[in-house]
Design a binder for this molecule. Structure first.
Ligand code: NDP
Length: 316
């Protein structure tokens, strides 16, 4: 397996996946919304020739047939990683919420349809779904989440707030992907990666802090997707990908300790010790599958926090 189509290459997570794929020797074509964003990616990877890294413009993943030409390549693709999806909590009106949800669903089904129709060599599709498609606010806070959990959010609830709209966009689009595979029986198998908040160094182009991606706006941990691409056992599987619980107070404490120049700016709170859970309760998690099947080794929270701060220091 050597050639991969990666959607949304201008995004925070996709930028890390791109690095990981290139480091592991894959050749990658990434989709971006404009030639300018594509050129920025090529400019920051001058060591790779066009045979190793190139881009294709897909202006709007929601449009019917948006991916039809992007999935066609010479040499043909072996796999696809679908990251492009709106991630924000800004959808407030009914129209904005409708737009968010339909972009997520149509973007996901769009790429699957295009691959089935035009890219028969693709054998594996990995989708960055989310813990948002697992969490169930009706369950007690201490519920131990794993791959069997599905968010039961309804269409009506989706329209009740911006965060619920995002949860619905991830739940409905992941369900649509699994339904597609069940109903259409394409020549590829599907793996979904379901992380909660992802924090880490910002390595995609960022002109100002205002355009930082949603999770790092709070400020991460990262994973290597090549594991999900390469493991036959990952076929047809969801993976809850999480390093564990954290608190904002812990992040503030780490920043205060590691960066004395920002200590005075940090809110004061009582940080939990690693592994400690707050008395008010916090969701449990079972991440064994991600470790046993994908072989993930999680970074520490401290490493993630330091990674974020180092990468945005120049913009603070
Ligand atoms: P970003 O916002 O950094 O990246 C999103 C990407 O999707 C960008 O490349 C963006 O393009 C592209 N995109 C959005 N809407 C469209 C559209 N209509 N047409 C074409 N491209 C579009 O988000 P992340 O990297 O954080 O997230 C990537 C994926 O991972 C998403 O599916 C998200 O739901 C999921 N995820 C993220 C988590 C996190 O904590 N970060 C946690 C769990 C899941 P552009 O750059 O041009 O705007």
């Amino acid at each position: 397996m050597t050639r991969v189509l990666l959607t949304g290459g201008s995004g925070f997570i996709a930028a890390h996946i791109l690095e990981s794929l290139l480091e592991h020797g894959y050749s990658v074509v990434t989709t971006v919304r404009s030639a300018q964003k594509g050129q920025q990616i090529l400019d920051s990877h001058k060591q790779y020739g066009k045979d190793k890294l190139n881009y294709v413009v897909v202006e709007d993943i929601e449009k019917p047939g948006a991916f039809d030409s992007a999935v066609v390549s010479d040499p043909p693709f072996d796999a696809a990683v679908h990251c492009a999806s709106p991630y924000h909590f800004n959808a407030k009106t009914r129209d904005e919420i409708h737009q968010l949800i339909s972009t997520a669903i149509n973007g996901t089904t769009g790429i699957l349809k295009a691959i089935k129709a035009h890219a028969p060599t693709v054998k594996r599709v990995v989708i960055t779904s989310s813990y948002a498609a697992m969490v169930d606010y009706g369950k007690p806070l201490t519920h131990v989440y794993s791959e069997v959990d599905w968010n039961p959010i309804t269409e009506e609830q989706a329209y009740s707030s911006a965060p619920f709209a995002y949860l619905a966009s991830k739940t409905f689009s992941e369900k649509a992907a699994w339904d597609f595979v069940k109903d259409e029986k394409p020549g590829f198998d599907l793996t979904t990666i379901n992380p909660p908040m992802v924090y880490g160094p910002v390595i995609h182009a960022l002109s100002s802090l205002d355009s930082i991606n949603t999770s790092n706006a709070r400020f991460t941990w990262l994973w290597h997707t090549s594991g999900a691409l390469e493991k036959p056992e990952a076929a047809g599987q969801r993976f809850l990908v999480t390093a564990g619980n954290y608190s904002n107070a812990e992040a503030a404490q780490i920043i205060g300790e590691e960066y004395p120049e920002y200590k005075d700016k940090m809110p004061v709170g009582e940080a939990l010790k690693p592994g400690e859970r707050p008395a008010t309760g916090v969701n449990g998690y079972d991440n064994r599958k991600s470790i046993e099947v994908l072989g993930l080794k999680y970074r520490t929270f401290k490493e993630s926090v330091v990674g974020v701060v180092d990468s945005i220091k120049g913009l603070l």
